[in-house]
Design a protein around this ligand. Structure first.
Ligand SMILES: Nc1nc2c(ncn2[C@@H]2O[C@H](COP(=O)(O)OP(=O)(O)OP(=O)(O)O)[C@@H](O)[C@H]2O)c(=O)[nH]1
Ligand SMILES: [Mg+2]
Ligand SMILES: [Zn+2]
Length: 291
């Protein structure tokens, strides 16, 4: 039976991409019974009942599975943030990074709207934080073209998901990478200082030089759901790096004695803002437990 990849899901239909074109499929009832639901990105087996229409009959094993945005088999997260319009929210950026790390995705940070930057020092302090963690950081502008070639290179031959709050310019970046996409973009509200949730659905797009991207709707609420406190340190690469030096196994790097992570923060090897967010995420998890 033929196989393909789900590239879009709209009101109960899954669009399965094949070399011969997209086939609009429903999922067999058996999926509901087994509580499986197909995701965009899934590799599937399907049965064509008439030209262009059919049934999904089997889901292939996933390499990764993101809940928010809901996409399967992603290799890389492009975490998009603007320094201005909307203003950078470092805590939200770290939240996205934790989720990407938890799924063991490769990460590229993309700082957008460089043409709006007035003061270089604003950028330097952000670069300082993230290059210390060894995250690749691209600075881009769709108006000057800065960083677009570098972004194209980073997207080659893998499935990348674009994530970030509404209005930071995810769809605009994808349009700059591939103008023929013509994705809809939206003004950032002057009054509210945030985007208008222009992109409504997850959709996988093929790039001409190899590779795929998933544009996703922006969101600003992202909780740590079923995460354990002990997992959080693993999702901050710099904390994971220093923690073998802690005196106690299972050290949460809060107030424990002889904590190598706290020592690294004091010596400036781990950035204070990242450590602060780590602590507040831990707090959030233990608060969720309580209720
Ligand atoms: N000055 C400047 N504005 C930009 C840049 N990139 C995007 N914008 C503007 O930012 C606004 C939001 O862009 P979108 O691409 O729709 O943002 P998005 O992240 O896809 O937003 P959602 O789909 O709502 O999640 C639009 O008005 C864009 O024109 C840039 O590099 N420089
Ligand atoms: Mg968009
Ligand atoms: Zn510790």
């Amino acid at each position: 039976m033929p196989e393909g990849q789900i590239v879009r899901a709209v009101s109960g239909f899954f669009y399965v991409r094949t070399p011969e074109g997209d086939v609009r499929c429903r999922a067999r009832g058996v999926f509901k019974k087994k509580k499986w639901s197909p995701l965009v990105g899934d590799r599937v087996t399907f049965e064509e009942t008439e030209p262009g229409e059919g049934w999904v009959t089997d889901l292939h094993p996933r390499t990764t599975e993101l809940v928010r945005p809901p996409v399967a088999n992603v290799d890389q997260a492009v975490v998009v943030a603007s320094l201005r319009e909307p203003a950078l929210q470092p805590e939200l950026l770290d939240r996205f990074l934790v989720h990407a790390e938890r799924e063991k995705l490769d990460v590229v940070i993309c700082l957008t709207k460089m043409d709006l930057l007035e003061d270089e020092s604003e950028l330097d302090s952000v670069l300082d934080i993230y290059t210390k963690v060894d995250y690749p950081v691209l600075t881009t502008s769709v108006y000057t073209g800065e960083g677009i070639e570098a972004l194209k290179a980073a997207l080659k031959d893998r499935l990348s998901v674009f994530a970030g709050q509404s209005g930071v310019g995810k769809s605009s970046l994808l349009n700059a990478v591939l103008p023929s996409l013509g994705l809809k973009t939206g003004e950032v509200s002057k009054k509210l200082g945030r985007g208008r949730h222009t992109t409504r659905q997850v959709e996988i797009l093929d790039l001409p030089d190899g590779g795929q991207v998933a544009d996703t709707p922006g969101f600003s609420q992202l909780s740590f759901g079923n995460m354990e406190e002990t997992e959080m340190g693993e999702c901050f690469p710099e904390i994971a790096y220093f923690s073998p030096g802690c005196k106690f196994r299972g050290c949460l790097h809060k107030n424990e004695p002889r904590c190598a992570v706290k020592a690294a923060v004091e010596q400036g090897e781990i950035s204070e803002s990242r450590y602060r967010h780590y602590l507040s995420f831990l707090e959030e998890i233990s608060d969720q437990r309580r209720y």
